[in-house]
Design a protein around this ligand. Sequence first.
Ligand code: SAH
Length: 220
Amino acid sequence: MRLRNKPWARDAIAQNPDLVIQQPATWKGNWHRCFGRQAPLYIEVGTGKGQFLTGMAKHHPEINFIGIERYESVLVTAMERAKEAELTNLKFLSEDVYDLLDFFADGEVSRLFINFTDPWPKKRHEKRRLTYKDFLAKYEIVLKEKGDIHFKTDNQGLFEYSLHSFSKYGMILHNVSLDLHNSDFEGNIMTEYEEKFAKKGMRIYRCEAQFRTNEESHNL
Ligand code: SAH
């Protein structure tokens, strides 16, 4: 993602504390209070400009959504989008996913989305991929039992790597698609990257991965 220096982004974000939550660690274990209601919590890591989560929040008013994005210059667009849509079930964190465990209690999250995350193709950058085992270990902690990850990418190498990473971790894969837009999957909400790549005729890969319960792991 190309980053421009947008000094106004920080100010704009600071002026919308109801949308981009400051000091998110203070809400750990209590996100339902921040939203003012009990509802399943779905999060997206690496939200970018927020097209996906804004669409999801519109289509699923029964779910509370949180998008995490580390670059303010990008997040500010997601914030404006959500503001315009006047959604009460969508919030953002201007944070690094690396610190996920500071923000969410064990089992607080019902589903986690990873969309078009940076592929980091060089082997020496493997640890930066959001499907690297250390990230999976964090996701496993914040996700409730039977919680799952929904993953989409245009990048074949990252997809292959991620399938390996999920299965090496002992996760169960569901609905693996090597060509999402020519599959029978219904209700797809496109991300901004997805729209861009699909227009170029590129294939979109998708899968769902679920952590095993303790019982399932014992029975392996
Ligand atoms: N999900 C969007 C954006 C994809 S680009 C879409 O599908 O269109 C990937 C985004 O993930 C970038 O905006 C990048 O800043 C963000 N990202 C990557 N690693 C991150 C991390 N460790 N913490 C927070 N955001 C991250």
